[in-house]
Ligand binder design. Sequence first.
Ligand SMILES: [Zn+2]
Ligand SMILES: [Zn+2]
Length: 134
Amino acid sequence: MKVKGSCHCGQVTYEAEIDPEKVSLCNCTDCQMLTGSAFRLSVPAPAATYRLLTGRPKAYVKTADSGAKRRHSFCPNCGTPVSACADTDAPPFYSLRIGCLEQKRELPPKRRIWCKSALEWAQDVSKVPGIPGQ
Ligand SMILES: [Zn+2]
Ligand SMILES: [Zn+2]
């Protein structure tokens, strides 16, 4: 499936081919902090299909407890997380952030990962009252 993505301010835009069956919901503490939210949704795009159309993301390299280095790219202007990949200039794939993709409504998660660190209240918000009209 072809997807198009953009950061919040519109400087960084990109496109890629993804498999909708590979969308994950990650509960790890890195995802919680890097999104400022309870979890993150992402999908891998093979590097050969990933094309940056406009802008130049800035990168931040995080070393995991395991020692693995992960390169997190974000818009230098608005800070929107764009993608993550292995810390090399030729990564096998880019992990795209679902919230930035035009096709996000068609990309529900197919699995939850790092459930050990999940915030329990975030696993079902359907009973939290919604504000009508928004
Ligand atoms: Zn931006
Ligand atoms: Zn994570």
